[in-house]
Design a protein. Structure first.
Length: 250
């Protein structure tokens, strides 16, 4: 991959919690048009790494680059406005708000105008347009006025992704978007990710190995905070160390 294609890069990231090394010299590159899966058992350091990439944690050592800029010292809100969208393992929607309002609030947060404090935020045309576009892209444009808490589990995951898209990100950091979804919902989400990869760089943290091998261009395997293997799905699947430590002969 060329440097121009790499929209996010982590170089030798290390993070310590006291004497515990949660992430140990991990490097990873996210390329436009690609889905890079990050896999490993619970406690392998995956979520800690994602938190560092998004700016929610400061690494003990290492460097994070976004669109060829060093953003290692940037806080999470600044990184989000610069082009990072993040979803979480647990639902982060406002259950009592409508689907549209959830998405509009996300768009509004990305385009803050504190000097317009007297203006009704609900009348912000740019935020409303961004929300509608994101919901249409994720297939939720027919449930705009439904309370988010009434959505199916799969639709809630779609809404979380729509909220990411409403902020206009270049990079998507998706932490287990398929968790708890059924076969049809998984197929729908994988189809959506296949479309989104065209103009995004995607990091996918996921435990569903069938889904990972269907969608990923590259896979990085973490064990005990360090990278055990990284490469194409075929290379990772055939790696004896990965089979012994994680795939179990998958």
């Amino acid at each position: 991959m060329s440097d121009a294609d790499v929209w996010m890069r982590a170089r030798d990231i290390t993070h310590r919690w006291g004497g515990l090394v949660a992430v140990d010299r991990v490097s990873i590159a996210l390329e436009r048009g690609g889905v890079h899966a990050l896999i490993g058992t619970n406690g392998a350091g995956k979520s800690t790494l994602v938190n560092i990439l998004s700016g929610e944690l400061v690494p003990t050592e290492g460097r994070v680059e976004l669109l060829a800029r060093d953003v290692s010292g940037w806080p999470q809100p600044r990184r989000a406005r610069a082009g990072i969208g993040r979803s979480y393992q647990r639902s982060t929607i406002f259950a009592r708000f409508t689907v549209f309002e959830n998405c509009r609030l996300a768009a509004q947060a990305a385009e803050q105008r504190p000097w317009n404090w007297w203006r009704d935020a609900r009348r912000c045309e740019a935020s409303a347009a961004a929300a509608r576009a994101a919901l249409a892209r994720t297939g939720l444009d027919d449930v705009l006025d439904r309370s988010a808490g009434l959505l199916s589990h799969g639709q809630k995951r779609q809404l979380e992704l729509a909220m990411c898209l409403a902020t206009g990100p270049k990079v998507l950091l998706l932490d287990e978007p398929l968790a708890g979804t059924g076969p049809e919902e998984t197929d729908r989400m994988l189809g959506l990710l296949a479309e989104l990869r065209q103009d995004h760089a995607i990091l996918l943290v996921e435990h569903d190995m069938d889904a990972v091998f269907r969608i990923a261009d590259r896979i990085t395997v973490m064990v005990n905070g360090a990278v055990l293997a990284s490469g194409t799905p075929l290379a990772v699947r055939q790696d004896p160390a990965v089979q012994a430590a994680y795939l179990g002969g998958h």
